[in-house]
Write a protein that binds this ligand. Structure first.
Ligand code: UDP
Length: 488
């Protein structure tokens, strides 16, 4: 007989990339706030990235444990110390090939994970979608495995429709638009906006992984999605009802960060202090600043960065621009900035080299828009803050997210990227960037987009409040895990 006051113990196992670790740590916090025992599994060099968050939750009287696994970098042929995708995508040749090597390395974690599950016997394992083998690992010990998906329902539905109905095979060229068969809305895409491996008929490493992910999902307890019902009701319903998936929208998870420190200290250590950042923003007018950031993996060439710099200057807008490049020496000439750029934009712009406190920035009233690569966390954080976007998709699920933002929600201006290019992106000209920035920041359309975005932001907040849709979904999920435990 199992006691009904047993405290459920949930394991969280994020993929080692900021876009995956950040929301899963927030998710662990959400479960812990509901009184559940939570443990995050990670590796030695990734642990410091979450230690501050864990310390802050401890100060609130909430304990999140951490368990460390040894990452097999060298065994998998990766450089020693390479434990996070961040280091791979910073290389100039940081390609899909290396990302796959990294993924292969993670499969070696199955055995140590099983040992941990055997020793600790948690009640549930929430593991990243990138770990299809986690379902088998949990199965061995009769532990339900939940899949964490850091994308939106719209993108999940799109991908499934492409797989099921193969609409991309009905067109004769890569640039001819095809309609996404059966998907609500008249959504069109081109083959160029999809990765080659998805549309090729022969099996590749990528298509094999996709198949494994899909199969492991079918055998899992269900899917947790960092989204909320009201932002994409047609697609949540389609995913659950038409496609028959067991899924819980429980986001936006970033809203569990109430204080300034919580908002500012997510992921890596920021390259600017919270005070300095807020002081700069406080000196600006409401909705006057555009924030530009391409997430934690996109790695643009110097010439692409130069186009962005020229567009910013030509647009005349005030801006905060995050660039994933460090300046080693004050006197270093930087090949990605026009001569004299920083002197000329001194009052108008702030360049953050490295890591920015993104959620803190997005929520400031001076921010009027966000130029984003459309990583789902960034998109959802912007929606939550009520900010419209310039959409600049690069790879991964970005092109689907762009469609949701610009066509379904109508809170975005597309910069016009045509092609899916891993990590380095398709080339965009100064003129196209300047035009999109101006459309986002100035004029009647801009105002309307901002007002739509603001409403969505309010809905996001309501969704996670007691009685809101995400709040209730999380309660329902916890109950399902609890009753699974009590099954005879
Ligand atoms: N992020 C941040 N500061 C940065 C860059 C990124 O805080 O300078 C955070 C951002 O808030 C988001 C995550 O890193 O939570 C990036 O996830 P996303 O899905 O947007 O993109 P990815 O990095 O996976 O491409």
């Amino acid at each position: 007989m199992v006691s009904s006051c047993h405290q459920l113990h949930i394991f969280f196992f994020p993929y080692m990339a900021h876009g995956h670790m950040i929301p899963i740590v927030d998710l662990a916090k959400l479960f812990a706030l509901r009184g559940l025992k939570t443990t995050i599994i990670t590796t030695c060099l990734n642990a410091p990235l979450i230690s501050k968050t864990i310390q802050r939750t401890k100060d609130l009287g909430i304990d999140i444990d951490i368990q460390i696994l040894k990452f097999p970098s060298v065994e998998a042929g990766l450089p020693e110390g390479c434990e996070n995708l961040d280091s791979i995508t910073s290389y100039d040749d940081g390609s899909l090939e290396l990302i796959f090597k990294f993924l292969k390395a993670t499969t070696l974690l199955q055995e140590p994970l099983e040992k941990l599950l055997q020793d600790c016997q948690p009640d549930c394992l929430v593991a990243d979608l990138q770990f299809p083998w986690a379902t088998d690992a949990a199965d061995k010990f009769g532990i339900p495995r939940l899949v964490f998906k850091g994308t939106c329902f719209f993108s999940l539905c799109t991908l499934e429709c492409i797989r099921l109905y193969e609409p991309h095979k009905k067109v004769t060229s890569d640039s001819e638009p095809f309609v996404l068969t059966n998907l609500p809305g008249d959504i069109k895409m081109t083959r160029k906006q999809l990765p080659d491996d998805l549309i090729q008929d022969f099996e590749t490493d990528y298509s094999k992984l996709m198949k494994e992910i899909a199969e492991s999902e079918l055998r899992s307890f269900g899917i947790i999605v960092n989204s909320f019902y009201e932002v994409e009701p047609a697609y949540v319903d389609y995913y659950k009802k038409a496609l028959g998936k067991r899924a819980w929208p429980i986001g936006p998870v970033s809203l569990c960060n109430g204080g300034i420190d919580d908002k500012a200290q997510r992921g890596k250590e920021a390259s600017i202090s919270e005070n300095e950042c807020l002081k700069w923003l406080d000196s600006k007018k409401r909705n006057s600043v555009i924030y530009i950031c391409f997430g934690s993996m996109v790695n643009f060439s110097a010439s692409q960065l130069m186009e962005i710099a020229k567009a910013l200057e030509a647009s005349g807008q005030e801006f905060i621009w995050v660039v994933r490049r460090e300046k080693k020496n004050k006197k270093d000439e930087e090949d990605w900035l026009p001569k004299g750029f920083e002197e000329r934009i001194e009052r108008k712009g702030l360049i953050i080299r490295g890591w920015a406190p993104q959620v803190l920035i997005l929520n400031h009233e001076a921010i009027g828009g966000f130029l984003t690569h459309c990583g789902w966390n960034s998109v959802l954080e912007a929606i939550t803050a009520g900010k419209p976007m310039v959409t600049w998709p690069v790879f991964a699920d970005h092109f689907y997210n762009e469609k949701l933002v610009s066509e379904v929600l109508q809170i975005g201006v597309s910069v016009g990227v045509k092609e899916w290019v891993a990590v380095h992106g398709d080339y965009v000209t100064t003129e196209a960037i300047e035009k999109a920035i101006t459309e986002l920041m100035v004029g009647k359309e801009a105002k309307e987009m901002r007002s739509r975005a603001k409403k969505l932001g309010e809905m996001a907040t309501q969704a996670v409040e007691e009685g809101g849709s995400s709040y209730s979904n999380l309660s329902a999920l916890v109950e399902e895990v609890r009753s699974h435990r009590h099954r005879p």
